[in-house]
Design a protein around this ligand. Structure first.
Ligand code: C5P
Length: 214
């Protein structure tokens, strides 16, 4: 029906931060709240999509009609995304940690001994891997959180990661954790700048665009 244009379509959404353990009680994380990704999952489900939400550690309720898998680290997120394939579209909203601690300590690191030195190694890029995968969703959407030259970086990212669309957002203000977002939609056709909107409205607009594209 026209009010459920995504019925029968499967969409993967990643959301939230990842936590990369330092030892059993400490981790490296970031300020992502998961709000934008969860709102997108909710809007897609409202349009009838079969939504698989892969969520990092956040304190948000599961949106109605969404199938949720909780993960902690980038590597767990990558595996969960792989398990959710195939999909008609994927919207990668998660703020995945770029690095993890090479060898997380098995026991709590005690102070008073030598200063611990953390060796970081790069995490898998889940979006870029999907872009190259032979199971690439037909519509692959990434996010780009930038604090400067937002559109320029997003345009480069679209090509580098073989994404169809990049939703670029300026996170220099109070976007992370906040309830509003100013985004630019970067596609092969160019750049569309949306006015500052509540994250819920950004999600609804994006979900409708996805429905049009599928
Ligand atoms: O390179 P950057 O982190 O700015 O790219 C952001 C986009 O790539 C987002 O869509 C994010 O979810 C995705 N990403 C990912 N795996 C990573 C890093 C980023 O899926 N390891």
């Amino acid at each position: 029906a026209s009010d459920r244009p995504l019925a029968g379509k499967r969409v993967i959404v990643t959301a939230g931060p990842t936590h990369e353990p330092i030892d059993p009680v400490r981790y490296i994380g970031n300020r992502s709240s998961g709000k934008q990704g969860f709102a997108i999952a909710a809007s897609l489900a409202a349009l009838g999509a079969d939504v698989r939400l892969v969520a990092g550690p956040v304190t948000l309720p599961t949106p109605a009609g969404v199938t949720r898998v909780d993960v902690e680290t980038a590597r767990e997120m990558a595996l969960a995304v792989e398990h959710a394939l195939p999909a008609d579209a994927a919207v990668m909203v998660a703020a995945v940690a770029d690095w993890r601690v090479d060898a997380a300590a098995g026991q709590k690191i005690k102070k008073g001994e030598a200063q611990p030195a953390l060796t970081l190694v790069e995490n898998p890029d889940i979006l870029a891997a999907l872009g190259k995968s032979d199971r690439r969703p037909g519509l692959l959407i990434g996010f780009a959180a930038e604090t400067e030259r937002v559109v320029e970086h997003a345009t480069a990212k679209r090509l580098r990661k073989s994404a169809d669309w990049i939703v670029a957002n300026d996170v220099s203000g109070d976007v992370m954790g906040g309830d509003a977002n100013t985004v630019h939609l970067v596609t092969a056709d160019g750049v569309e700048s949306w006015t500052r909107l509540p994250k819920r409205d950004v999600a609804q607009r994006l979900a409708r665009r996805i429905a049009d594209a599928l």
